[in-house]
Design a protein around this ligand. Structure first.
Ligand code: GAP
Length: 430
C-alpha cells in the first residue's frame, strides 16, 4: 500500500538505514530474526518521544509517579498474572515445509511458502524464557517480561507508601518488553524485543467509565499534538468481547494507517481489579478517611514506543519535486538546527561557523556540515528532519548576521547571531 505522498515501507526502511535511524540488528552476521538497532538519528528521535511522554504524563501531572523495574521478575509474577497460562497466540504449522504462522493473521488456508496443508491450530505461549544462574533446570527458569505493566502492580504498595499518593493516581514506566512472536514483521512494527510506555491508573470501581474517557482523550491529544499524526490516519477499534486479553473487561485499540495497512498503534484497557487481586492476598489500599480497605480498579493506557517511532516516520515522510523531507514535529527532530560555513576552503568562514555552532550547541542538538554545495547540504538535513539550517557567509563577517532556512517552507531570512537562540527556541515552543 502506498500513501499519496510516497511513503512505502520499503522507502522508510531504506531512509532509516541510509541516514542512521534504524539498522538491522547484528547485520554483519546476517541479522537476527527481525531485530533492529537504533542508530545515531534513531536514538535521538526515540529519546525525544520518550522525554515528551515522560514530561507530559509524569512531570506535568500531580497524579502520577514513575518507576523503572527489572526486566526479569520472579516467575511467580507470571503465574499470578495469568501470563504463563494464557498469554499465547494460535499457531499452525505447514505439514510440508514446517514453517509456522499465526492462525489468526494468515488469510489463506494453505501455506503461503509452499502451498502445503496446515496442522490444527494450537496455543503457543509468547513468554521468552531463559535461566538465571549457573544451573539450567526448571527451578532456574525465568521469563523476560512480556509487558512492563506487572511491575506497577507488584510494586504498588512500595510506591504507595513512599509517594503517599491517594487514588486516583497512576504509576508510569518506560522500558523493554519481550515476546516470542510467531511471526515478527513489518520492520519495527512487530519484533520480539520492543519498548513500551505504560501507565496503570488506580481508581475506584465506580469511576472507571469517566477515567477511561479521560485517558481516551489524552491518548488522542498525544497522537495529534505530540506526534503530529493526522486525525484522519487514526481509527478506534472497540475490541470485540471474544478477542479481549485475559485481564480486560473493555479495550479500545488505536489503529494507524501504516503504509502496509491499518494496524494497532496503542491500546486502552479497563483491567478491573484483576491484577491487584491476583498479586495481593489482602486489599493493598486503604481509604484513610472512611477506614475502608479495598482493591483499586485499573485503567491502562499503553503505548508502543517503536510503533510510535514508525508512525511518526511514516507521517513525516514526504516526497516533493526535488527532495525527500521528513516533516517531523520540531520537538522530535534529532537535530534542531544545522550550521554551515558557505565555503569549506575559507578558514575565516569555518572559524565563524564553529563559533555559531558552539553557541547553539549549549541550547539545542546541532549538526555541522561543510561538505559540498549548500543546496545538497539543505537536502541532506531535510531528509533527517532538521527544522532549521544556518549558513555563515561573507556578510556574516561584516554584520554578524546569518541566513536561516526553514525546512518546511524552504524560505530564508537574515537573523542577527545574537537573536538566533531566541528565534529557534520560539519556533520549537510554538
Ligand atoms: N500492558 C498491556 C499490553 O502489553 P498490548 O496491546 O499487548 O498490551 C501494548 O501491548 C502495546 O505494545 C501495543 O499497542 C503495541 O504498541 C506494543 N507492542 C505489542 N507487541 C509488540 C511487538 N511485538 N512489537 C512491537 N510493539 C509491540
Amino acid at each position: 500500500m502506498k500513501k499519496e505522498d510516497g511513503a512505502t515501507i520499503e522507502k522508510i526502511v531504506s531512509l532509516c538505514k541510509r541516514r542512521g535511524f534504524i539498522f538491522p540488528g547484528s547485520e554483519i552476521y546476517g541479522g537476527l530474526a527481525n531485530s533492529f538497532d537504533y542508530g545515531p538519528m534513531g536514538v535521538e528521535l526515540k529519546n525525544n518521544i520518550k522525554n515528551a511522554w515522560w514530561k507530559r504524563f509524569v512531570h506535568m501531572r500531580d497524579d502520577m509517579v514513575g518507576i523503572d523495574a527489572a526486566l526479569i521478575m520472579n516467575p511467580k509474577v507470571w503465574k499470578s498474572s495469568g501470563h504463563l497460562a494464557t498469554f499465547s497466540d494460535p499457531l499452525v504449522e505447514c505439514k510440508k515445509c514446517h514453517h509456522r504462522f499465526r492462525a489468526d493473521k494468515i488469510e489463506s488456508k494453505k501455506c503461503p511458502d509452499c502451498g502445503g496443508e496446515f496442522t490444527q491450530a494450537k496455543q503457543f505461549n509468547l513468554m521468552l524464557k531463559t535461566f538465571l544462574g549457573p544451573v539450567e533446570n526448571e527451578e532456574s527458569t525465568v521469563y523476560f517480561r512480556p509487558e512492563t505493566a506487572q511491575a506497577m502492580f507488584v510494586d504498588f504498595k512500595n510506591v504507595l507508601e513512599t509517594s503517599r499518593k491517594k487514588i486516583p493516581f497512576g504509576i508510569a514506566q518506560i522500558g523493554k518488553a519481550f515476546r516470542n512472536e510467531i511471526t515478527p514483521g513489518n520492520f519495527i512494527f512487530r519484533t520480539r524485543e520492543f519498548e513500551q510506555m505504560e501507565i496503570e491508573y488506580f481508581i475506584k470501581e465506580e469511576d472507571w467509565k469517566t477515567v477511561f474517557e479521560m485517558w481516551r482523550k489524552e491518548m488522542w491529544s498525544w497522537m495529534t499534538d505530540n506526534l503530529g499524526l493526522d486525525k484522519k490516519n487514526i481509527h478506534e477499534l472497540d475490541v470485540p468481547k471474544d478477542e479481549l486479553a485475559h485481564y480486560s473487561k473493555k479495550t479500545i485499540d488505536f489503529e494507524y494507517d501504516f503504509p502496509f495497512g491499518k494496524d494497532e498503534l496503542y491500546g486502552l484497557a479497563y483491567r478491573t481489579d484483576f491484577d491487584l487481586k491476583n498479586h495481593f492476598k489482602e486489599p493493598p489500599y486503604e481509604d484513610i478517611e472512611v477506614k475502608e480497605k479495598f482493591y483499586p480498579h485499573v485503567i491502562e493506557p499503553t503505548w508502543g514506543l517503536d510503533r510510535s517511532v514508525l508512525a511518526v516516520l511514516c507521517e513525516a515522510y514526504k516526497e516533493e519535486a526535488e527532495r525527500v523531507v521528513l516533516k517531523l514535529p520540531a520537538k522530535l527532530a534529532p537535530y534542531k538546527v544545522a550550521v554551515f560555513p558557505l565555503l569549506k576552503n575559507k578558514p575565516e568562514l569555518v572559524k565563524k561557523a564553529k563559533e555559531v555552532y558552539d553557541l547553539l550547541k549549549k541550547e539545542f542538538t546541532v549538526a555541522f556540515d561543510e561538505r559540498g554545495n549548500i543546496g545538497k547540504r539543505y537536502y541532506s538535513q531535510d531528509e533527517i528532519g532538521t527544522p532549521f539550517c544556518v549558513t555563515i557567509d561573507f556578510d556574516t563577517l561584516e554584520k554578524d548576521d546569518v541566513t536561516i532556512r526553514d525546512r518546511d517552507t524552504t524560505k530564508q531570512e537574515r537573523v542577527k547571531i545574537s537573536d538566533l537562540v531566541k528565534k529557534i527556541s520560539e519556533s520549537l515552543n510554538a
